[in-house]
Design a protein around this ligand. Structure first.
Ligand code: FE
Length: 334
């Protein structure tokens, strides 16, 4: 502690431009962010204040506060939400060689308004007894007759599914995307569920055989019960016409707020978050994949093997979100 204090005094004496404090508005819960913020404070002396809430209220608050907002950074899950924040004028662009080098292009905004910091893979999950991996291939194939009354899905109200369908529209065109989602709905074994966990529970209970979930929910379930009769499957690994170009991924990500008073310090923090030490911690706390491809995932996550990600820029998930919502409504996906 004395060393840290001495360092802070030295920095102060040298007239360092590093802000003593940053404020983060986060839709990621405290347990998933506090250890990282504390590490940064220990290393740099920069204090991180934060508030956590759902995306909607956070965006509302930023809008209402306007130029007097204390927020320097916005942290949310799903590129759809980050895109929305940018669309509302709540973020400012950042040009950083460090961020460009550390984070793959498809996981960050092309104009630098937000940066994906961890990857959330939305993949297939199946019963390990009733379904063989050879029975599975792509998201699109789940619309086929082999899966009649065997598919379980989470509600279309969840942004995760809106982003998945939005990416299908962006890559495959709206008619093809509609054909696929219509096929999914026709194959549903039961009405859509409120959560990914309920989808997996239904597969275990024998109500359906296959579903689409984010891997960290699967990871949490397996951590509690290693004998769980469920397996993950990486679809779309041999991309073909009319199919997504790999596993649908999304991100938890961050952008510098439009009215940040500590822009340089905020960018420094973002850069630190994109580097090795923070990446392992940020992803590992929620069993996600590091966005920085040079960093290994935690042991549980690494166990599922590597996979080809859909390489299309996630900004498309935002651009096509409204179209996706309309499409899902049209085909009766509740
Ligand atoms: Fe989630």
């Amino acid at each position: 502690m004395r060393t840290l204090l001495a360092t802070l005094l030295l920095l102060g004496a040298a007239g360092s431009a590093v802000a003593a404090e940053l404020t983060v508005y986060s839709s990621r819960i405290e347990d998933l962010i506090k250890p990282i913020f504390q590490r940064y404070t220990a290393e740099t002396g920069t204090q991180i204040r934060f508030i956590t809430d759902k995306e909607g209220p956070l965006l509302q608050r930023l809008r209402a506060e306007g130029a007097s907002s204390p927020a320097d950074l916005l942290l949310t899950v799903d590129a759809g939400n980050l895109w929305q924040a940018h669309e509302l004028g709540l973020l400012q662009p950042v040009q950083s060689e460090v961020l460009r080098a550390n984070l793959p292009a498809h996981l960050r905004d092309p104009d630098g308004y937000w940066f994906g910091l961890s990857i959330r893979a939305r993949t297939l999950v199946h019963h390990s007894g009733r379904v063989k991996p050879a029975d599975l291939s792509t998201y699109e194939a789940l619309a086929g007759p082999a899966w009649k009354d065997r598919l379980c899905l989470r509600t279309s109200k969840k942004v995760y599914n809106q982003s998945l369908v939005a990416m299908m529209i962006a890559e495959l065109g709206e008619p093809r995307a509609e054909q696929i989602v219509r096929g999914w709905v026709a194959n549903l074994a039961t009405a859509p569920f409120a959560s990914d966990n309920e989808v997996m529970d239904a597969i275990v209970a024998g109500r359906c055989d296959v579903g689409v979930v984010n891997t960290y929910y699967y990871g949490r379930m397996v951590r509690k019960d290693p004998s769980l009769p469920l397996k993950l499957f990486w679809p779309n690994q041999k991309p073909a016409k009319g199919e997504l170009g790999g596993v649908h991924v999304n991100v938890s990500g961050m952008g510098v707020t439009a009215h940040s008073k500590h822009r340089d310090a905020a960018v420094k923090f973002l850069e630190w978050l994109s580097a090795r030490e923070a990446q392992a911690l940020f992803a590992g706390l929620n069993l996600e994949f590091p966005a920085n491809p040079a960093v290994e995932p935690d042991a549980i996550t690494a166990n599922w093997g590597s996979f080809r990600q859909d390489p299309i820029n996630l900004a498309e998930a935002g651009k096509r979100q409204a179209d996706a919502v309309r499409l899902m409504d049209r085909v009766g996906y509740r």
